[in-house]
Design a protein. Sequence first.
Lengths: 87, 142
Amino acid sequence: MAKKSKGRAQTVRPRQQSTRAAVAPQRWRLKLVIGGVILAVALGVGGLVRFLQHSNLSPRLQKAVDQHYTLGTAGAPVVIKEFSDYT
Amino acid sequence: MQRFEGQVQLVLYPLALNPAANPASEVAAQAAWCAGEQGKFWDFHHMLYRRQELWNRFAAPLERLSDFANDLSLDPTALKSCVESGRMQTFVAADRTYSQQLQVNSTPTLFINEQRVVGFRPEDELMRLMRQELDRVQRPGQ
């Protein structure tokens, strides 16, 4: 009986070692996937913020022409808004 | 501007970006609005840059600006009392708020339609950017 069990134990050990060896790259792969997802989310949020900022700029740029000093033709296709500090 | 007659309009926002740190810029912006009341906004605007070194480092820049007003056939007393009354403060404050909404953090900042141009640029570069924008908006299907 004892011999039988010893023999069984000897056959199991190398299999456990190979399982451990297989788990290690799997963990790295998981870390890479999680890192990739975090990076993608961060880039997506950054892109969204930039898009929202830019899309909000257009209506804001359309206001406040009135009551300001202008040169050139009103209703021209190109409007230049100049923000200048005198100092 | 004359090269682009009928095609380009310039709107000027005299800005006092940081009046707490630089009160002279607030005085100058208000004085420009006040000069506008006397029909001399652009003359005064150009003078402020031309003589910048002569007024912006003084403790009482309004005194200097009132002196220069004489050279532009402005009424210096009216200009001074206009600034001192603070009635142009709302215009300057409104422009500052507007500039903050547009995330203008330094001057000069220009918007050629929606294209932001930050910092001083040589005239030929500005001409090129204007021409580019004109081409873009005048392209069929735009």
